[in-house]
Write a protein that binds this ligand. Structure first.
Ligand code: SAH
Length: 395
């Protein structure tokens, strides 16, 4: 195994079990590891620090896997991590009302670059590091042994793959090709999921708990679900007796699937309107026409891909939320989210405070939303925390 030696004083984060080593922290590499090889990381005094994946094409040159020198990172190591992660999700699936969740969440489950989502008896996988790409035969074998899925589909069309010198991939890895729409259940609601064509790995299961939490306020109310995708918030609200729900998304496929989901759940389509539009343009239209709602959901895509984009993103979040607040009936509820890891909860509250001032409104934060337990956050890896939201009563 090849040794990678850190510059003096650069070992602090590694000792705190942070899994990333940036290329600038490396003093030298003894030999020529191939990208994706497992290396031994040493400090400036040649003391062992950990084993990790190496990649000289990535800004994160080493992704640490194991901090104990006596524990070999071999096939068994990977199998064990997969088993532990899957076992940790058992109770989400226990009562049968949910058969979709994230089984493996990359660094948070000690498997850097591996994301595995379960969609009923199909698995959708993203492989984002070259090291994990090498480990895939073992991972696939273990997933097959544990879960016997009908299919394992590789949905690694993420830009982060390009940082590792990997190409986009959208292929069947095992089993038979999933049908165009895979039927899954979440909180007792059925969704058709287009694994091959849908966004991300096909479904945003990170909003599972938040959809249920918000639906509890929806009975008899009018709701506007912005960035609805295939209708997670919409369907939960309709099922809980919402009077009228309007869903807005710019993706035609998302809107089409959402309408199919309304039918699948035998929900009253007379209580639902779907609009394929840019949300910002649609909100301005509602403002002009004087439309108001009791509840508004704002669940936009990631506005801040990095810390350097935070200022600009904060302005975009502020503008979006300002106009959202103005479209609420007095005392209405705004459920507003940010899935930008660079924006923490305190900053998000500040952005909402600015939005309220600009909107001429008063806001009470009455509840907080988080990412669910199948998207754990490792105490040594705060970067894994990305989804946050606030339920605001707006006067
Ligand atoms: N709330 C959804 C997930 C939202 S993901 C759920 O519960 O499943 C973000 C969505 O925003 C995607 O569906 C994407 O198509 C949509 N989107 C991105 N930019 C948009 C824009 N400018 N206007 C409307 N929709 C947009």
């Amino acid at each position: 195994m090849i040794d990678v030696v850190l510059k003096k004083g650069k070992e602090k984060a590694v000792l705190q079990k942070h899994p990333w080593v940036f290329s600038g922290a490396i003093e030298h590499v003894k030999g020529k590891p191939a990208n994706g090889d497992i290396i031994r990381l040493l400090d400036g005094k040649k003391q062992f620090l950990g084993y990790g994946f190496y990649n000289d094409q990535s800004r994160v040159a080493v992704r640490l896997l194991e901090w104990n020198e006596d524990t070999a990172v071999n096939e068994d190591w990977f199998r064990q991590k997969v088993r532990t992660a899957v076992a940790g999700r058992a109770h989400i699936l226990e009562d049968g009302s949910t058969d979709t969740c994230r089984l493996i969440f990359s660094e948070a489950d000690y498997l850097p670059g591996l994301i595995v989502d379960k969609y009923a008896d199909h698995l959708s996988v993203q492989v984002l590091t070259s090291g994990m790409q090498n480990a895939m035969p073992v991972i696939i074998d273990e997933l097959n042994a544990l879960l016997k899925p009908t299919s394992i589909f590789d949905k690694s069309d993420a830009t982060s793959r390009s940082h590792e010198g990997l190409e986009t991939s959208n292929v069947l890895l095992a089993g038979t090709h999933p049908p165009e729409l895979v039927m899954v259940k979440e909180n007792g609601i059925t969704y058709g999921i287009n694994i091959a064509e849908g966004q991300k790995s096909g479904f945003y299961c990170d909003q599972r708990d938040n959809r249920r939490l918000l639906a509890a306020y929806a009975k008899g109310k009018t709701m506007l679900d912005c960035f609805s995708y295939t209708g997670g918030f919409t369907l939960n609200a309709l099922k809980n007796g919402a009077a009228l729900v309007t869903s807005v998304d710019s993706s035609a496929l998302a809107i089409e699937t959402l309408q199919e989901n309304i039918r699948l759940n035998s929900l009253d389509s007379a209580k639902h309107t779907a609009i394929k539009s840019d949300v910002n343009a649609q909100l301005r239209k509602f403002k002009e026409s004087g439309d108001k709602f009791d509840i508004i959901v704002l669940d936009p895509p990631k506005y801040a891909p990095s810390r350097s984009a935070l200022d600009r993103a904060s302005r975009a979040y502020k503008d979006l939320n300002r106009i959202g607040m103005q479209l609420l009936n007095s005392g209405g509820l705004l459920a507003t989210f940010s899935c930008s890891g660079a924006m923490d909860m305190e900053t998000f509250k500040q952005v909402l405070a600015w939005a309220a001032l600009d909107a001429g409104k008063q806001v009470q934060f009455i509840n907080q939303f988080n990412q669910p337990e199948d998207h754990p956050v490792r105490s040594s890896f705060p970067e894994g925390e990305y989804l946050k939201g606030l339920l605001c009563r707006v006067w």
